[in-house]
Design a binder for this molecule. Sequence first.
Ligand code: SIN
Length: 338
Amino acid sequence: MNTSPSSSAALPRIAVLATGGTIAGSAADAANTAGYQAGVIGVAQLLAAVPGLDAIAQIHAEQVASVDSKDMTLALWSTLAQRVNELLASDEIDGVVITHGTDTLEETAYLLHLTVKSAKPCVLTAAMRPATALSADGPLNLLNAVTLAANAAAAGQGVLVAFNNRIHCARDVTKVSTYAVDAFQSPEIGALGWVQDGRVEFQRRALRPHTVDAPFTAAAQWPQVEIVTSYAGVSRAAVEALVAAGVDGFVVAGTGNGSIHGAMQQSLAEAAAKGVAVVRASRVGSGHVMHNGAAKDDALGFVSSGTLNPYKARVLLLLALAAGMTDKAGLQDVFDRY
Ligand code: SIN
């Protein structure tokens, strides 16, 4: 589907919510793209660096936070989800853009994909180079994100990520490079489309339920869900310590098709028998983790993550447990659906 920008006199009203990140980063000199401080430049300055924005949309800007996204908290997720829902429920706002750090963008995007209750566009963007860098990528990413949020074709598509000209579904996108400006991909599945020179083009839609069709809300009280990794020689220590600390759920970044070292698997099965939720995901980075049926998952009390990577599986498990979904079959259904 090809769609050009709106030609009507009344421009779409887009709220830009800034949360920090490298897009708002500042370094001592323009050649510095690694040794900088993230999240120090305010939203007004970010917007001022984007020429032509006022020809695309009427912008309402808010500084929701100023964090390096490695320090994202569950409380800030709740604040952000609540503010996005308030804005999108208003007749004064047609869409939302969120500027975010790249490090945990995929987690926040998926959280919002499942907790924003509106079909209006909601787009996250970010940058790999600080705002002060030569060839900073933030201004073009922000321009493309606003262009996307202002376009009717973005409505009803769930939460989207606009990055390096591509449009990704929040569920599928993941960071794949520590330094390159082409840092995000949707492994196996691919991008939904692209934004370039004011033009938005979607090639396909995400099929799984999201936003208004998802039963989740960003909680005031979050359960404790931790990720543990399986690897050669892993011990039972981490799992046992977390169970003793009262953890509510584990996501396992397993090897291959979510396989787990025997020692760790035993400790996780003991945890599951005590009522702790255990979801098998994979550390591989693409592919899916199949439910392996009566002989294994069902007997051990485990759930499989399907195509969700461990970080996104943790988001879904947090939301499901916060909604009181603790039954294993019910949790497997949640992972099969969302
Ligand atoms: C961050 O995630 O806030 C810092 C890194 C980045 O945005 O690229």
